[in-house]
Ligand binder design. Structure first.
Ligand code: BTN
Length: 241
C-alpha cells in the first residue's frame, strides 16, 4: 500500500477526489490521495471535518477488499481504526478506539476520525475509500473534547514518519483480514475499545445505564442495560453520555 501517492497542497475532500478518480478507473488498490488542506473535508454523520492547513494528516487510501461480503464492511473499520490507535499509541499512552472508529485519548478527547466509503458491485465490495484524519501538530485548545499529538506531548511531530508507520500498520492488518484472521483483529479491537466492560450512561432516546459487551458480526454495538436486557445498536441509534 502507498506505492502510488497523489499529493495535493489543497483539495475539497480526499474521499470525494478518490471516489471521482475511481469512477474514471484512475486509481488502483493501494493508491493514496494526500493533502495538506481540505476545503470541504467530510466526517461521519454528514458532519464537516475541519483541520488546520499544513498541520495534520488528511488522506484517503484506496482498497479493493473483494474478499469481504458487503455484510462484513465493519471488519475493515476494525482493521483500520486499530492500526490508527496502535500507531498513535507509539507516541503517547492512553489512546483508544471509540466505536465505531474514532481515535480518542481517554481523558483529552478525539485525536482523529475515519470515514470509509464503499463502492459495491455484484461481486461484493469492489472499492473501499478509507479516509483518515489525524490531529498531529494543530493546537486544539479552543475545541471541546478534541486533542492532538501536539496538545498531548507539547512537541511538533514529523507527519510523514507517522504516516509511513500508519500505512505499514494498516497493511499488516489488511493482510490479516485477507487471510481471514478476523478473530484476531476483533480481539485486539476489543482490547482497545473505549468504555468496554464498564458501567456508563447512554442515550437511545431514553437515558439509561449499561455496559458495552462488544460488537456483533455486522458491527453493531452490544450493550447490556442495567435492567438486564441486551441491545444491539447501529451508529445512529445510541449516544455515549
Ligand atoms: C469523523 O470522525 O467524523 C471522520 C473524519 C474523517 C476525515 C477524513 S480527512 C481525509 C478524508 N477526506 C474527507 O473528506 N474525510 C476524511
Amino acid at each position: 500500500l502507498g506505492k502510488d501517492i497523489h499529493f495535493l497542497t489543497e483539495c475539497h475532500s480526499t474521499n470525494d477526489l478518490a471516489l471521482e478518480k475511481i469512477r474514471k478507473r484512475e486509481l488502483a488498490e493501494g493508491s493514496i490521495i494526500l493533502t495538506d488542506s481540505q476545503t470541504k473535508g467530510r466526517g461521519q454523520r454528514g458532519n464537516r471535518w475541519w483541520s488546520e492547513p499544513n498541520k495534520n494528516l488528511t488522506f484517503s487510501l484506496v482498497l479493493q477488499p473483494y474478499f469481504l461480503d458487503p455484510s462484513e464492511q465493519f471488519e475493515l473499520n476494525i482493521a483500520v481504526s486499530l492500526a490508527a490507535a496502535e500507531t498513535l499509541s507509539e507516541y503517547f499512552p492512553g489512546i483508544v478506539v471509540k466505536w465505531p472508529n474514532d481515535i480518542l485519548h481517554l481523558e483529552k478527547g478525539k485525536l482523529g476520525g475515519i470515514l470509509i466509503e464503499n463502492i459495491l458491485s455484484h461481486k461484493g465490495i469492489e472499492y473501499a475509500v478509507v479516509g483518515i484524519g489525524l490531529n498531529i501538530n494543530q493546537a486544539m485548545k479552543e475545541i471541546p473534547f478534541a486533542t492532538s499529538l501536539w496538545d498531548l506531548t507539547g512537541k511538533e511531530w514529523d507527519r510523514w514518519e507517522i504516516f509511513k508507520l500508519l500505512i505499514a500498520k494498516i497493511e499488516k492488518n489488511y493482510v490479516l483480514l485477507k487471510k481471514a484472521e478476523k478473530k484476531q483483529l476483533r480481539q485486539k479491537y476489543l482490547e482497545c475499545l473505549y468504555r468496554v466492560y464498564e458501567n456508563h450512561k447512554f442515550d437511545d432516546g431514553e437515558v439509561f445505564e449499561g455496559e458495552i459487551l462488544g460488537i456483533d458480526q455486522f458491527g453493531k454495538l452490544i450493550i447490556k442495560k442495567n435492567d438486564g436486557s441486551i441491545n444491539f445498536y447501529s451508529f445512529k441509534e445510541v449516544k455515549y453520555l
